[in-house]
Design a protein around this ligand. Structure first.
Ligand code: DC
Length: 200
């Protein structure tokens, strides 16, 4: 059974949590495609070439702590390069086509990677709320940041991700939009589950 769920949206909107929860609920495999760009970004921070890094990416490169603000910005910068995106395309396509169902989350899943996905969700929230969530997450991990810096980072990344010419962040035409600004996460997950059930 091939069944693809595409979940897109800006940073810290709740995509990751919703994606994991719906993958668990339906027994689908889950791919956080942001990790691919983060792994390439981390290689560039270590002095590598972005296109070579994307072409040579291995599962081992996805391990380790890629969830830092520096790696996030580096990921967003390498993500504007069309050769990087092209190098990561096939892996994402074949993941989506695996037997048993797949959930992919990212920025361009419903628009570019899987325009034929069975369900498309666009998960969003205000920049201020997303920055506050990211601030709490980073502080909990012991990463020292200020609220102002995190908000600035979120806004800079939103701008780069949505204004780039290649696969910009935007809702697919037929995406179900879930705004998590004022929603408890359980309610957001329930909305996602029912949108998927409606298409099965
Ligand atoms: O989802 P994330 O915050 O881990 O993503 C990190 C960066 O990777 C994001 O700012 C833009 C890029 N990205 C992308 O361009 N396309 C995707 N499908 C996923 C992430």
């Amino acid at each position: 059974m091939i069944f693809t769920v595409a979940i897109d949206g800006p940073a810290a909107a709740g995509k990751g949590t919703i994606s994991k929860a719906v993958a668990d609920h339906f027994g689908f495999a889950h791919l956080d495609t942001g990790l691919l760009y983060r792994a390439v970004g981390a290689k560039v921070l270590a002095g590598g070439d972005p296109v070579q890094a994307a072409k040579a990416l291995t599962p081992k490169d996805l391990e380790g702590d890629l969830r830092t603000p520096e790696v996030a910005q580096a990921a967003s910068r390498v993500a504007v390069l069309s050769d990087v995106r092209a190098a990561l395309f096939e892996f994402q396509r074949s993941f989506a086509a695996r037997d048993g169902g797949a959930v992919l989350d990212g920025r361009d899943i419903g628009t570019v990677i899987c325009p034929d996905a069975d369900v498309k969700l666009f998960v969003t929230a205000s920049a201020e709320i997303r920055a506050e969530r990211r601030y709490l997450e980073l502080s909990e991990k012991g990463i020292e940041v200020t609220r102002e810096d995190v908000l600035e980072d979120v806004i800079a990344r939103d701008k780069r991700d949505s204004e780039r010419s290649e696969a910009p962040l935007k809702p697919a035409e037929n995406a179900v939009v879930i705004d998590t600004s004022d929603l408890p996460i359980e309610v957001a997950v329930a909305k996602a589950v029912s949108a998927i059930k409606a298409c099965r």
